[in-house]
Design a protein around this ligand. Structure first.
Ligand code: AMP
Length: 428
């Protein structure tokens, strides 16, 4: 029988790596909490319509990359390809803005896109993200960016570039769209077939194209920044002024459009510049999406919003790996044969006491030889080995081997935890 494998593009995280995942997520929520963001958890799966309405029908994500299926009642469901639409759905469904004037939410979790797997690109990947609802001010954009940068720095990442741009609101965007169509239509023969097709539906996406044929026409394309109306221009100027005031380095990139339809005004992307990620160098991105609540909640609903998402796998690839400090480990060794159940029972309860005292405690429950238990304790890097045998059981003692000092002492059973606390204090 062939060995079953994980689904292509979906990865296992083995225990040796899982600690880095856990601490990255913990760091994210700690940093986000300092900026007033609280965690929200939404389902992995939503009605497909949420994404077709929210993310946009003409986007690659909705058109080509979503995992969609019908549930048993015949309703179309999709594994979430991103977190923003779900969080907005959740805020609307639970009337979050009736409880507080401004909502600041943070999330972490798996996302699914049927992309061609590559280094840093998977079909199940993970994001951490943050969203602000109910605040239209450019200072909210700056705060969101400040959280993003603070988090990256807290991970020890230094080599990244923040790129910012503004797409304006509907009026500016429409004018820019018309200008792009005029520009690219004149050179349509030189464009890649994909970009020619985008010309009619979503001309902004041509600016995202990596196809070599599109690069020359892109060079002379009009800049969105020349098509912003006064309010959009003022908003963007303010965002930049706040970033300057915060001392956050950034580069204005007028070709940055991002792949989703819902963005208005500020958009941004953060790119790894260390070279460690190869072609998939985007660590994350986001922007303002002032129309998404209306799109999902109906005409009567209008809530300004801004947020970002970062790819966890890419952050882990880019993060300098430090060996975590070894915890103080204890191994309890039951020196007993199978017939001596009382010794193992005593070892079990000793191990439980030490775990209750907060110590990482290992116990081999298979009645293997003492020699192999000691070898395993050594492999685990145990700092103390506690031996419980028939004579210790009868004397109410435990033999404690200090593996660092190569010394063995006999300690009364009731004093073991205090003895280990003293030893672990001397390790720090
Ligand atoms: P997006 O909203 O598509 O820009 O995604 C935000 C971030 O999520 C990206 O910058 C990547 O770090 C990460 N990401 C997106 N798609 C994938 C994928 N297929 N595999 C791994 N990470 C991804």
């Amino acid at each position: 029988m062939a060995l079953l494998q994980a689904v292509t593009g979906m990865n296992d995280v083995l225990p040796a790596e899982a600690g880095r995942w856990r601490s990255l997520e913990a760091r994210f929520f700690e940093t986000a909490a300092r900026y007033g963001f609280r965690e929200v958890r939404t389902p992995l799966c939503e009605y497909t319509e949420l994404f077709s309405r929210g993310v946009g029908e003409g986007t690659d994500i909705v058109e080509k990359e979503m995992y969609v299926f019908d549930d048993r009642g015949g309703r179309a469901l999709a594994l979430r390809p991103e977190g923003t639409a779900s969080a907005v759905r959740c805020a609307l469904e639970h009337a979050a803005l009736e409880r507080e004037p401004v909502v600041r939410w943070a999330y972490a979790g798996a996302m699914f896109r049927a992309e061609k797997p590559a280094r840093g690109r998977f079909r199940q990947f993970h994001q951490v993200g943050a969203e602000v609802y109910g605040d239209a001010s450019p200072a909210a954009d700056a705060e969101v960016l400040d959280l993003l940068v603070a988090f990256l720095r807290s991970l020890g990442l230094g080599a990244f570039e923040l790129r910012v741009n503004s797409l304006g609101q509907r009026g500016s965007r429409q004018r820019y769209r018309d200008a792009l169509v005029a520009h690219f239509s004149a050179v349509a023969q030189e464009l890649s077939p994909e970009s020619r097709e985008r010309l009619g539906r979503n001309p902004l996406r041509i600016l995202d194209s990596k196809d070599p044929r599109d690069q020359t026409p892109k060079l002379t394309a009009p800049s969105v920044l020349d098509h912003l109306d006064d309010e959009d221009r003022a908003h963007f100027a303010r965002v930049r002024a706040y970033l300057d005031a915060l001392g956050t380095p950034y580069r204005v990139d007028p070709t940055l459009v991002r792949g989703l339809d819902y963005y208005t005004r500020t958009v941004f992307e953060v790119v790894d510049t260390s070279g460690s990620l190869g072609a998939q160098d985007a660590l994350g991105g986001g922007g303002r999406y002032d129309n998404l609540f209306t799109e999902l909640g109906g005409d009567g609903v209008s809530v300004p919003a801004v947020g970002f998402a970062l790819g966890v796998e890419r952050l882990l690839l880019a993060q300098p790996v430090k060996d975590p400090p070894a915890p103080f480990r204890v191994a309890v060794v039951a020196a007993a044969r199978e017939t001596d159940q009382a010794v193992l029972a005593s070892a079990l309860s000793l191990a439980r006491e030490l775990r209750e005292a907060g110590l990482e405690t290992h116990l081999d429950t298979r009645f293997v030889s003492m020699k192999s238990q000691l070898r395993r304790a050594d492999d685990l890097g145990a700092r103390a080995v506690l031996i419980v045998g028939r004579s210790e059981l009868e004397a109410g003692t435990v033999a404690v081997k200090d593996m660092a000092a190569h010394a063995q002492t006999v300690v009364p059973r009731g004093a073991v935890a205090a003895h280990l606390r003293a030893l672990s204090g001397s390790q720090e």
